[in-house]
Structure formats: C-alpha cells, structure tokens
Design a protein around this ligand. Sequence first.
Ligand code: DGY
Length: 322
Amino acid sequence: MTDLRVFVTRKWPDEVEAALTSRFDTVLNDDEGSLDRSLIAHAMARYDVLCPTVGDTIDADLINEADRCRLIANYGVGFDHIDLDAAKAKGIAVTNTPGVLTDATADLAMTLLLMAARRTGEGERMVRSGEWSGWHPRHLVGSAVSGKTLGVVGFGRIGQALAKRAQCGFGMTILYHARHEVGGDIVRDTRARFCPDLAGLLEQSDFVSIHVPGGEGTRHLIDSDALAAMKPGSFLINTARGSVVDHDALAAGLRSGHPAGAGLDVFPEEPLVPPALLDLDNVVLLPHLGSADAETRRAMGMRALRNIEAFARGADLPDRVA
Ligand code: DGY
C-alpha cells in the first residue's frame, strides 16, 4: 500500500472499491447519496486524490482552497462539472475515463430513440395504470425507425457508436455535424454524410441525437431556433449533457407537437427535471442511465484506478484532461 490518500465521493462497484483500498489509504462514501460541498472541501484539503462523479461540482472556489489535492480522478468521461482552468492554475491534474462507456451510452441513445418513436413510455404507463382497454388499430401508433434519417450532433466515440447501431441494425441514413469532417472506417461502414451546417442536419433528420460535450461552448446549442429548424414529425434524443438543450424551448415545442417527441437521459440541474416536461406524454425521461450497466461501471472504476496508480508512480497519466 502506498501512502497516497484517496477520497471517493460516491459508492463505486465493490471490486473497484476493494482494489482501491488494497492499494491506497482510501476513504469511501458508504452511502449512495451526494456529499455536502463542505465535506468535499475538507477532503481536498486533506487527501492527495479526489474521485468525484458528474454529480459533484468541483468549481474554482473548491479548487483554490484545496491545500493537499493534486489529482482529480473523475469517475466518468464528461468533465464539464470540473473547472479545468482553475485546476491547471492550482497545479492539480484532472483525468477522466474515456472509451469504456462508449457502447453503453450508444445503447441507451438507441433505446431512447426507439422508446420515443414507438411511444413505449406511454404504453408502459397505460398498462401499469390499468387503463389499457385492448388492441386497437389506432392505439398508440408511433413512428417507424428503420430506414429513416438520423442526424448525429457531435461525432466522437459515442456518436459514431450510435451511427453504427442505427445504420447496421436499422438501415438508417446517417448525417453528422461536427467541427471537422471525419474519415476512415466509420464513414465507410455507415456511409455517414458530413453536414457542416447544423441547421442543414436538423432540417433533414427524422431523429437528432446529441453527442457533444457539455460546458459553455455548447450551452443551449439546441435552442428555440434549432428546434424550429427540425424536420416536422422529428424527434430529439439527448444522452450527452442537459445544458446543451434549452428545456423551456423544448417543452414549449413538445407541447405544440414540434418536435414530435424527445428522449432525454440528462438534465441541466440533476436530479431536478424541468417541471414543464413532467406532464408531457411525448417525452421519455430517464435518470442519467447512459453508462449504467455493471460491466461499464466496473470498467470506469478500473480506468480511474489506472490513472491513480500512474499518479502514484509519478508516471504520465493515461487519461489526463488537465
Ligand atoms: C459520463 O461519464 O460523463 C457520464 O455522463 C456519467 O458520468
């Protein structure tokens, strides 16, 4: 065991917690809930490594007061909840867990797309409430998915993995919007077409799925103008970050039937879900489940552990983002 002191803000999978505690002087959170900000400040003053999750905001005030912390090993790929500039200025390294949650998140985006298109949330609620009165030719008729056009906004690992599923599994036509055109196998395999102009993608897509990182650069990328540009009858899917979508505009749009529906796994201030969405039937709402399968959650922990081990050896950090 090294004398590196590690503080973990949430409960992690058992195997990862066991591996961490066998190697480092580790404090684990025994409860599933979030920690109070003052406890995180306390930890950053007394521990070398802080392991937060997407639900812990590690802002400049916390970082500036962190007397001992030298590594923030995030449990997750997205890091918009951590102030990277403040961390750099304070000499605190930041790592994430890329790659290991790509498939799980793409699976969930496809799940949401299917759920929204085929009205499965409405159907499930109807069955459970005892309101189902039997098969009917016009009952809960949704939209077909196979052969339709999917617009992927942000064409990194997760966007590409969704494109593969949608093209190879459902014969969908793939459009993508990104900062740069992408080449290689993914384009050959999916015949994905680059749309340099976001509005162009929105106008042509039956389904739009968001895969850009959160943060100021993408805040409200999907605003009322973007929603208005969407093709009539189309659907919006978001498994990236809630901040990317203007939810007031989305709720107003859904109420008027444009877009026709949405599937959301992420929200701007989780666990709060914008109240205007709660009574709408044409939106599927999930509690940030993108990476939530046992294999993925274990792999995320092991990836964070790999970064902490490299830090303990004084080696280059495999997944350094700051
Ligand atoms: C991520 O890894 O960024 C997911 O949103 C879960 O934390």
